[in-house]
Ligand binder design. Structure first.
Ligand code: FES
Length: 148
């Protein structure tokens, strides 16, 4: 189990923003086609700024750490800025993940976008960063995995 760095372990053992926002402005759930793990992100939005974000993850330690740090990265950002968060940035913020665990960060990336997608559906707003995003798509979750 020496494959996780200290920061990943910290976010796994002491996850920030775990739970669910009551009456959220947006909520999205995403299941990884790679491993079947699930993640839910709920958000509070005021004046197009994400003022709160929480997550629930039924998944591995990397998924918990990724979703926890992703909620921290979202809070205080505009919707457009939050949509620009990539799974690579999540991995970097965690100080790295083992290559076989990169898809866990993709799960967090998708869960963020799913929550914002829900918000856009509820409000009728459109965002360039959501163009082509299908919350139910089982798309290529293997992207960004470095070559061995
Ligand atoms: Fe499924 Fe990490 S192994 S999200």
């Amino acid at each position: 189990m020496a494959m996780y760095n200290e920061k990943v372990m910290d976010y796994f053992m002491n996850p920030r923003n775990m739970g669910e926002i009551e009456n959220p402005d947006g909520v999205g759930t995403y299941g990884s086609p790679v491993c079947g793990d699930m993640m839910q992100v709920s958000i509070r939005v005021e004046d197009d700024v994400i003022t709160d974000a929480k997550f629930k993850t039924f998944g591995c330690g990397s998924a918990i750490a990724s979703s926890s740090i992703a909620t921290e990265m979202m809070i205080g950002k505009t919707i457009d800025e939050a949509l620009a968060i990539t799974n690579k940035q999540i991995v970097n913020e965690l100080g790295g993940l083992p290559p076989v665990k990169i898809h866990c960060s993709v799960l967090a990336d998708h869960a963020i976008k799913s929550a914002i997608y829900d918000y856009s559906q509820k409000t009728g707003k459109t965002y360039a960063g959501l163009e082509g995003f299908d919350p139910n798509a089982e798309e290529d979750d293997h992207h960004d995995i470095p070559e061995e």
